[in-house]
Design a binder for this molecule. Structure first.
Ligand code: SAM
Length: 444
């Protein structure tokens, strides 16, 4: 028995050395995977690959990746981004000068409306996607289903999109249709079963949802994560749209990327390369599972924290730092660390809990915030802007506000405990603190 384990460990070492992601890791990162040797071994030796990866934020916005040929397909339907949620308008109505920020881009519902309309107009006039010799998305335009049909490289694509709506009842259909989906053309029943078992071994799934579709048996497996991260993804795309940011050929880093949910989506939007860092091993293993199945090679992961960014030895055009800053004990240092790895003209898109207060002030909850013991600072927008200036950024603009509620983050069968959503009401946290309002900021 001991001999078997030693043989497996040595085999595991060899497999790690050959793996495109793990071979770049330091000894410390690899050591952190030791408690998960068994599952890591299963993942490293997994043979199954999805035929297609599909990121579908809504029915009209499907990005497809041909996993077998490692190619982003030109069959993209991109609908206008969803208008901001109604409650956002309400908050913004009361904000024009409330935050006292210079250069607030979205100040009230009228402006927001006109931004959205602007996008609609642009989309309507934008041309149908051409075919791309280099296999990369070059522009995101609008396509109707007829065009999608006629421009398909693969005649089965429309069929695939339809079949990934296999669900029988409407309730689960609503959930699954916005999942990051993996479509398996030829996976046998046993292979599909292995994937489901692996997904269950990888619990808790905090970010998602992901969905595995098996064409052979007309089956699906829905990973109903704690977070419906597709909602935040829409807000991020909306924020990028507000500043007119073009993702094409950009080098991107997602700090605190969890299992890489946003990275998989962004990887399909024409970026040159996207990497993520997160120090929690189980989230990496989830990433590795999806990554291995999707075969998206321009998407990588290091098991590092924001304090380790120097080890990346790289600069980034766009850094995402979502839901991390309020967990940091040294937020000024964190901002400085992020600034240090921005390329010239690079931007940091920062999403964090904020306090709705005009003054440059900050809430330090104790002992918990919505039962989370690791929320240290919740800044007002003005305070965050001041902190950003201290960190050496020239500007920090707020792009949007919105509330997290118990539909976005909730208990599901894929997590191990209760969720933040269980400790929030629309007006306050269980401790009586202001409700979870988050802001998205652009820092440059
Ligand atoms: C609230 S979650 C946010 C996840 C994701 N960015 C999102 O917005 O959905 C915080 C994430 O930060 C990660 N994290 C914990 N310590 C970190 C550190 N020192 N540096 C970077 N990320 C860290 C956690 O593992 C977790 O995935």
């Amino acid at each position: 028995m001991k001999k078997d384990l030693a043989a497996r460990d040595s085999n595991l070492k060899d497999l790690c050395k050959k793996d495109p992601i793990l071979s770049t890791w330091s000894e410390r990162e690899l050591n952190a995977l030791k408690p998960y040797s068994e599952i890591l071994y299963k993942l490293l030796t997994l043979e199954t690959k999805a035929s297609y990866s599909i990121s579908r934020l809504c029915d009209n916005n499907s990005l497809l990746y041909d996993s077998s040929n490692n190619k982003i397909l030109d069959s993209i339907k991109f609908a206008p981004l969803h208008p901001a949620p109604a409650h956002l308008d309400k908050i913004l109505e009361s904000t024009p000068n409330q935050c006292g920020l210079q250069g607030v881009r979205v100040q009230n519902s009228e402006n927001l409306e006109s931004k959205t309309t602007c996008h609609v107009e642009r989309s309507e006039t934008s041309k149908i996607l051409e075919s791309y010799p280099n296999g990369r998305v070059q522009d995101i335009g609008v396509q109707n289903s007829e065009n999608l049909e006629s421009k398909n490289h693969n005649p089965n694509l429309t069929q695939i999109l339809e079949s990934t709506n296999l669900t029988k009842n409407t309730e689960s259909k609503n959930h699954t249709k916005e999942a990051f989906s993996l479509y398996f053309h030829n996976a046998k029943y046993n292979e599909f079963q292995t994937l489901q078992d692996l997904a269950l071994d990888l619990k808790p799934w905090r970010k998602g949802p992901f969905c595995l579709y098996g064409a052979e048996n007309n089956t699906q497996f829905f990973i109903d994560s704690e977070w419906q991260s597709n909602k935040k993804m829409k807000l991020i795309l909306q924020a990028l749209d507000i500043i007119g940011y073009n993702l094409k050929n950009k080098v991107v880093l997602d700090v605190g990327c969890n299992n890489g949910y946003y990275m998989f989506d962004l990887a399909l939007r024409g970026v040159k390369h996207i990497s993520g860092i997160d120090p929690i091993a189980i989230f990496f293993l989830q990433f590795y599972f999806i990554h291995k199945l999707t075969n998206i090679s321009h998407c990588t992961f290091r098991l590092l924290g924001v304090q380790d960014v120097i080890m990346l030895n790289a600069k980034y055009d766009l850094i995402l730092c979502l839901g991390v800053l309020y967990h940091r004990k040294e937020p000024l240092q964190t901002l400085k660390q992020l600034k240090s790895i921005l390329a010239p003209n690079g931007i940091l898109l920062l999403e964090t809990l904020i306090l709705q207060d005009k003054a440059a002030t900050c809430l330090c909850p104790y002992p918990t915030y919505a039962k989370m013991p690791n929320v240290f600072y919740i800044f007002s927008p003005q305070a965050l802007q001041n902190l950003a200036l201290h960190a050496g950024f020239k500007s920090c603009e707020i792009l949007s506000y919105s509330y997290t509620d118990n539909t976005e983050q909730r208990s599901t069968d894929f997590i191990d405990k209760k969720s933040l959503g269980d400790y929030l009401t629309p007006t306050q946290t269980i401790e009586g603190y202001p409700p979870a309002c988050r802001g998205i900021f652009v820092l440059s």
